[in-house]
Every structure is written in structure tokens, then in C-alpha cells.
Design a protein around this ligand. Structure first.
Ligand code: CUA
Length: 324
């Protein structure tokens, strides 16, 4: 019953059984195999139990077991209680080890590397050699292995893209690695899978697998600095940004803002959501976030700028909207 009901959640939280990469396919195969074996064992045991309960009773004269019966009993115990379970468990162990081997076999030396830094509660992604820093939307070329070097800025998180691979812990002071490959282009939702504080549930990210030429174009676009604002309102908004505490945490390439504590905003509008998936990126939501991030996502480090004048806020929003 629970399985059927939870099946309805697949749109929001993608199923690990809806596989789009070689690692997740291996893991799903192991899951189905184990489920099959476990179901067969369960059915056989229940069948034997029902047989024992409902078989015809012997008459009182036959109560004492005969020697032949007791030999049969010993054989049943030896085969059904020892040999078969041992064979099943050893078989499952070999299949598990085989799966682990094939999951790590993807770690070949081809393919690009992406550095991912987990923060409470969002994901920073850096593309070494490309001068690209982004947040929560991690583009990769489809059909190629991509090596991730994972570390954390604060507590332990876990990097999990159910449709592509298993989980990898993300630990402060340590670099863990994992390799993903998306078989075809698409957007694959990822989720922090290790409890990390109040907003653990709102620590989503997206692996966006592009066709390789589209990925190259994306990387080139993202490496560009932000275009200078052209309208007087947006120009004033840039001054608001640079004159407030925004500059202490955020970076915008092409301006003096280059702090790393919060998401890089150079191409903010190219990301469909803000706050690690909590709000769609649009003017109204940006206003809610700037003036009341802590109401939207309690516990978040972004202060609520609720004392900005409405003119300053309008100018700031106009500027943020130029960060395409
Ligand atoms: Cu990060 Cu849970």
C-alpha cells in the first residue's frame, strides 16, 4: 500500500529506479534482484508455515515420531535451514560486490572535473580552468563521465542524484570523489541526503546534462563577467548592491564584489530557482528573498534586508534582473 502511494511522489522527488545513468542502473538492478530473492524466500517460508498449520493431524496412536520422520526432519533442517540460506546469502554478497565494482569502474581518467562545495544550505560548483562559479544548477555534458570533487564548508552533507548514482558523503576538511554520467540530456534533481540542520530538506540541486556542444557554449557564457547595467535604475541598483552588506558574501564578476560565502550572482537569472530550489527566480520572489530570506527559509545565513527603502529595493531588483 505504502509503495503504491509513494509511487505518486516521483514527479517531485525522482525515483532511484527511474535510471538515467550507468551507476544508477547497476544499483537498480541489484535492488530488483534482492527484492525478487527476498520475495521468493518470503513466499516459500509462508507456504511451508501454512502447510505445517493446516496439514491433516495424525491420530493419537501415531503421535510418537517414527525414525524415518525424524531423519527427514534432520535433512529439512540441514537443507532448508543451513544450505539454502547460505547459498542465497553468498549469492547476494557476490552480486553486491560485483555491483560495487562496476559502480566504481566509471572512475576513468576521461571527462571533466567539477568541484562542489556544500554549504548550509546550498551547493557551490566550480569548473577548474574555466573561471566559472555557479550555485545549485550544475551543468555537465551528457554521455560523458564527469568527476566530482566534493567537500563541505561547514557540516557533513551528502551528494545524491537518485537517477544518476548513489550517495557520496560530503565532509568538511576532506575531498571525496564521485563520477556521474547522464546517458541523455535532461535535468536531474539532486538532494542533500545527510541531515545537516533546519533546512536540510531545502538543499536541492540540479544536474543539468546538456548535449556536449551546448555545454561548451554554457561554460563560455558563464565565464563572462556580468554586463554593466545600462539603465539609470539598474545603475543605481548596482550602487545599492555594492553599498550594502550584499558585497560581504556574494560575488559578481566584473564588479568589486568577490566574496565566496554565498552564491555567485554573476549569472543569477540563468538559474531557474533561488535558495537551493525553494523559490522560482522572478522579480517578486527576489524581493521576498532580499527583504525576508529568514522568513522564507528560517535559519538561512542571508540576512533580511527589511530596511531598504522601496526605491532602493526597486533599483536593486532592476539590477539583479540584468544578471542574465
Ligand atoms: Cu546538507 Cu542535508
Amino acid at each position: 500500500m505504502a509503495g503504491l502511494l509513494l509511487g505518486g511522489c516521483a514527479t517531485y522527488a525522482p525515483s532511484a529506479l527511474d535510471t538515467h545513468g550507468p551507476d544508477s542502473a547497476d544499483i537498480a538492478r541489484l535492488f530488483w534482484f534482492m527484492l525478487g530473492i527476498a520475495s521468493a524466500v518470503c513466499l516459500i517460508v509462508i507456504g511451508l508455515l501454512l502447510f505445517g498449520v493446516f496439514r491433516p493431524r495424525r491420530g493419537p496412536a501415531e503421535e510418537r515420531p517414527r525414525a524415518a520422520d525424524s531423519r527427514l526432519g534432520m535433512w529439512m533442517i540441514a537443507i532448508g535451514g543451513i544450505a539454502v540460506p547460505a547459498a542465497v546469502l553468498v549469492g547476494l554478497m557476490f552480486f553486491t560486490v560485483f555491483t560495487l565494482r562496476s559502480v566504481s569502474a566509471l572512475n576513468d581518467k576521461n571527462g571533466i572535473t567539477v568541484d562542489v562545495i556544500a554549504h548550509d544550505w546550498w551547493w557551490e560548483a566550480r569548473y577548474p580552468g574555466a573561471n566559472v562559479v555557479t550555485a545549485n544548477y550544475i551543468h555537465i555534458p551528457a554521455g560523458q563521465p564527469v568527476h566530482f570533487r566534493l567537500t563541505s564548508q561547514d557540516v557533513i552533507h551528502s551528494f545524491w542524484v537518485p537517477q544518476l548514482a548513489g550517495k557520496t558523503d560530503v565532509i568538511p576538511g576532506q575531498v571525496n570523489t564521485t563520477t556521474l554520467r547522464a546517458d541523455e540530456p535532461g535535468e536531474y534533481r539532486g538532494q542533500c541526503a545527510e541531515y545537516c540542520g533546519d533546512q536540510h530538506a531545502h538543499m536541492a540541486f540540479y544536474i543539468v546534462a546538456d548535449p556536449p556542444d551546448r555545454f561548451t557554449a554554457w561554460l563560455a557564457e558563464q565565464s563572462r563577467p556580468a554586463a554593466a547595467p545600462t539603465t539609470p535604475l539598474a545603475q543605481r541598483g548596482q550602487q545599492v548592491f555594492l553599498g550594502n552588506a550584499c558585497i560581504n558574501c556574494h560575488a559578481i564578476k566584473g564588479t568589486p564584489a568577490d566574496a565566496r560565502a554565498a552564491p555567485d550572482l554573476t549569472h543569477l537569472m540563468s538559474r531557474p530557482t533561488i535558495g537551493a530550489g525553494i523559490l522560482q527566480t522572478n522579480r517578486a520572489n527576489l524581493a521576498s528573498w532580499v527583504t525576508g530570506a529568514r522568513a522564507v527559509k528560517p535559519g538561512v545565513q542571508m540576512p533580511s534586508f527589511d530596511e531598504l527603502s522601496s526605491d532602493d529595493l526597486a533599483a536593486l531588483l532592476a539590477y539583479l534582473e540584468t544578471l542574465k
